[in-house]
Design a protein around this ligand. Structure first.
Ligand code: IPD
Ligand code: CA
Length: 133
């Protein structure tokens, strides 16, 4: 237990993916929004859902490390323009890129880019899977 805790603290320190109580992890696998959600939930976590700028930065660092955008656990599938966490709660923090969300075509999911900015996007792209625990 002690070794595991020390290991995870060292790992988190080196990889810089901790924010507050949460840790964020990716293993390089990719998937669309549904696959990303299912993968994280099977791993006992949740698709990474940034609720403040510290969490967003921690997720951004993983996107940069893998050079691949990722879906976050936010969408407006239920009501266009009303973005919610996977829990159904309205988002309390956002980091949209300029001009986003623009719902181009139909874009109900949200991807985070290497600059940390968000874009609403089709849920059917393949993106890096980042989970939070
Ligand atoms: C689009 C652009 C646009 C964004 C859309 C994207 P695409 O990329 O990046 O700014 O708002 O969500 O789909 O489709 O022209 O490669
Ligand atoms: Ca968009």
């Amino acid at each position: 237990m002690y070794c595991a805790s020390v290991f995870s603290l060292v790992w988190i320190f080196i990889n810089g993916n901790s924010a507050g109580e949460k840790t964020f992890q990716a293993n390089g696998s990719e998937g669309d929004f549904e696959t990303s959600k299912a993968t994280c939930s099977q791993a006992g976590g949740l698709l990474a859902s940034p609720r403040n700028s510290a969490e967003n930065t921690a997720i951004q660092q993983i996107v940069v490390r893998h050079n691949k955008a990722a879906y976050v656990g936010i969408n407006d599938i239920e009501t266009e323009g009303s973005f919610k966490y996977l829990s159904g709660e309205a988002i309390g923090y956002s980091n949209w890129a300029g001009g986003e969300p623009n719902n181009l075509g139909t874009e109900d999911c949200v991807e985070i880019h290497s600059d940390g900015k968000w874009n609403d996007r089709s849920c059917n792209e393949k993106r890096l899977i980042i989970c939070e625990f």
